[in-house]
Design a protein around this ligand. Structure first.
Ligand SMILES: NC(=O)C1=CN([C@@H]2O[C@H](COP(=O)(O)OP(=O)(O)OC[C@H]3O[C@@H](n4cnc5c(N)ncnc54)[C@H](OP(=O)(O)O)[C@@H]3O)[C@@H](O)[C@H]2O)C=CC1
Ligand SMILES: CC(=O)N[C@@H](CCC(=O)OP(=O)(O)O)C(=O)O
Length: 352
């Protein structure tokens, strides 16, 4: 690879695609070589998102128009709706096998084809690649990601639950039969395409739970928590849609095992993340706020006492478009291409 990597973004006219571009425009080691869209194909990026007007960027093209072998791409970010991605990545990797891929959709996150079919209602269209894909939660799979050709970027809700819980599960410090995750997301989590349920008048001045008992992110949590525990783990998880643009807040209820109280759980998390650049454990008793991570690649974690003995309340906050999607994807790219892990994603949160 030359000094700079040639990068493509599939789905650049969407929220995570444009967030990738925002981050990559300040990355010193990449050139933006390809941007795609579906309805907006043929348009300039400035017509879709005026904030990019000052930058010379390739025009948005349709994926069907791309000849992968001659595109000369070192790495492609795939920010397309889940379900549409498998066929695209299969063609890309078949015809341009030296190109690396970070997929932001859910298509390659579940390693078991049967689990995929059960949760998504159809057979996976690229099972060999599904087996090859490395799950892209950097703080857990850093070494595997460095050598991967295809990385499945984790879901936004699942990142905000795994980062606070995986060290506790690995340490055997909590009862894995009693995990309750209450999560709230801002509206950009639902993507940019127009939907009636996402109108201002439908979501403002209130909020609601959805996907109760069956949200597809449960499959990803089951898979990763079970791996960490070495036994089947099935957490309770309920997402809520909150009328704000960015952010996810998880409030998680756990019971310590083997005499581990809230202070010990806090100490395990503080130790696990002591040297991690993008996870910050707050002092004991402080809880995170989505405002303090907005626009940054940070996850803030807090642990507090429950008044019921032996129980703790664990909080986590991240920006769904950054650590929950595009920032995490750039962190993965940095590892896959041998760049410093924090390059272009070390900005402090926007406040207020
Ligand atoms: N939003 C978030 O917070 C998160 C999203 N994700 C995942 O990332 C992916 C992208 O999400 P997001 O950016 O929010 O979605 P958007 O709806 O905002 O953007 C989707 C993009 O895909 C293009 N597109 C839509 N359908 C097709 C198709 N059939 N073929 C080719 N291109 C198509 C759209 O083009 P056009 O606009 O021209 O129609 C647009 O560029 C999804 O899989 C999502 O689940 C993951 C974590 C968090
Ligand atoms: C607020 C909102 O609607 N959030 C999305 C999840 C975000 C996301 O994009 O998740 P995947 O990457 O797994 O698709 C949802 O609940 O479907």
């Amino acid at each position: 690879m030359a000094d700079k990597a040639n990068i493509g973004i599939l789905g650049a006219s969407g929220y995570t695609g444009s967030e990738l571009l925002r981050l990559l425009l300040r990355h010193p080691r990449v050139d933006i070589a390809l941007l795609t869209a579906d309805r907006r194909a043929g348009q300039a990026m400035r017509d879709v998102f005026p904030q990019f007007s000052p930058y010379a960027l390739p025009r948005l093209v349709a994926i069907d128009a791309i000849d992968w072998p001659s595109a000369g791409l070192d790495l492609v970010f795939c920010a397309l709706p889940h379900g549409t991605t498998q066929a695209v990545i299969a063609t890309l990797l078949e015809t341009a096998p030296n190109t690396k891929v970070v997929d932001l959709s859910a298509d390659f996150r579940l390693s078991d084809p049967e689990a995929y079919a059960r949760w998504y209602g159809h057979a996976h269209q690229a099972e060999a690649l599904q087996r090859e894909a490395v799950y892209g939660l950097v703080e857990v799979y850093r070494d595997e990601i460095k050598g991967a050709r295809l990385v499945a970027n984790p879901g936004c809700y699942t990142s905000c639950a795994q980062l606070p819980l995986i060290p506790l599960i690995r340490a055997g410090a909590i009862d894995t039969d009693e995990i309750v995750i209450d999560a709230k997301s801002g509206m950009t989590g639902a993507g940019r395409a127009a939907k009636e349920a996402m109108l201002f008048s439908e979501v403002s001045e209130g909020f609601n739970a959805y996907g109760v008992g069956h949200h597809r992110h449960m499959a990803e949590l089951d898979q990763e928590f079970s791996k960490a525990a070495g036994r089947t783990v099935v957490p309770t998880f309920t997402p809520h849609l909150v009328p704000m643009n960015r952010g996810i807040l998880s409030t998680i209820y756990v019971r310590g095992t083997a005499g581990k109280g809230p202070e010990q759980l806090h100490a395990i998390l503080a130790e696990a993340y002591r040297d991690e650049p993008f996870v910050h454990v707050l002092p004991f008793g402080e809880m995170p706020h989505t405002r303090h991570v907005r626009g940054s690649n940070m996850t803030f974690i807090g642990v507090a006492k429950d008044r019921r003995p032996g129980r703790a309340i664990v909080g986590a906050a991240l920006d769904n478009l950054v650590k929950g999607a595009s920032g995490q994807a750039v962190q993965n790219m940095n590892l896959m291409l041998g760049f410093p892990e924090t390059l272009a994603i070390d900005q402090v949160a926007l406040f207020p």
